[in-house]
Design a protein around this ligand. Sequence first.
Ligand code: GDP
Ligand code: IMO
Ligand code: MG
Length: 409
Amino acid sequence: MNVVIIGAQWGDEGKGKIVDYLAQDAGIVVRFSGGANAGHTIVLSGTTYALHLIPSGILYPDKIVFLGSGMVIEPSALFAELDDLKSKGIQWEGRVFISDRAHLVLPRYRQLDKELDAKRKNPIGTTGRGIGVAYALKASRDGVRLADLDNGELLSNLEDEDRAYLDQWADKLRPLSVDLASYLHQHQNSWTLFEGAQGALLDIDTGTYPFVSSGMSCAAGAAAQGGIGPRSIDRILGVFKAYTTRVGNGPFPTEFKDDTPGSLSNYIRTKGHEYGTTTGRPRRCGYLDLVALRYACMVNSIDRLVLTHLDVYDALPEFEACVGYRIGDKVVQDFPASIKDLESAVPVLKRFEGWQQPIENCQSWEDLPLKAKEYVDFIEDYTQTPISIISVGSERRKTIIRESPWIRS
Ligand code: GDP
Ligand code: IMO
Ligand code: MG
């Protein structure tokens, strides 16, 4: 059975935590897109693991994890991450494999990425990890894939510096290289999780272009880049926060205007630790945007939503969520493609009463306060999508399962 998990906002929704939780029942975890621009955090028994390239199933000693063909991987970053995991007691040998179709990131792409962004009139605010450069070279058919390490003719076309770098890592990379599609075909009876990176609104096609990343963070990416065909996807989960965050530049209709000490924005950033896992940048914060969330459900065929960070709202007497955009003299509920429209959109807000009690120890739907349930019910109603999992804290156990995704319907 194949379950896909993607971010349904602008990234950092808590995908790492949810993949880690659900991986206890999976045999295989495949990360299908992005590179070291991602930062997926798992908190287990007080230890925090920040994963950038390695799939979030790695903490279980018996899971096999794969880096899919849609990923762009810098070998030095990969082995630094594996060394770090090992220093924390995670034995990875024999459990981490990479699709031979995955593209490699060369160190100079980082500098190029930063230079390109600095030159833009309206910078994107990239993570500076060379991700856009790697995907651009992939699209222009000038990239280097893992399978190409043994293609002398292709390597001879590279600059000396690039070839020397690849030579340095080739012997360590080769044993990790696999034909992912064939492997998954042979293991089609396994329970496999497909872990997305970034989020629906950062996807190159469905996101707020050009303020997006350059990979496929949409659910379709699991099929195109995770080694299975589209018909093999059984269930698609979209992870979203009780509010919205964004790192980097680009339109954000529900962003809080006031970010001064004592403001709601500041409160959420502090309570939710809203600082980038990869770059440490403070995340921009705002109310939940239901217009954007419904769009993400629609374009990704999301079957079930996963709500995270509900606990961050614990102390609030009231809060709001966006149910429409006022653009010019019209109120719309469809998510516009135009950046200008998104920038000028004034959110139409609906008010909710807070529950004003801690929920981090709630273990079931019944344990949640009525006002929290009312918020959940409203989101389900607006998006026409059931919320099957609710996360009430960063620790693995702080998770409420209303319906397991490992059920074929
Ligand atoms: P990802 O990129 O989607 O995996 O998310 P990140 O790891 O970048 O950011 C999510 C952050 O929120 C991490 O620090 C998680 O430990 C934390 N987190 C995840 N779920 C919850 C939750 O339900 N409540 C709280 N308070 N924190 C959470
Ligand atoms: P995870 O998987 C949040 C953002 C960057 C920037 C834009 C382009 O942890 O959710 P890039 O370096 O990819 O070219 O930057 O995308 N971005 C993310 N924001 N979470 C992420 O990943 C992100 N990956 C990229 O901040 O605005
Ligand atoms: Mg993240």
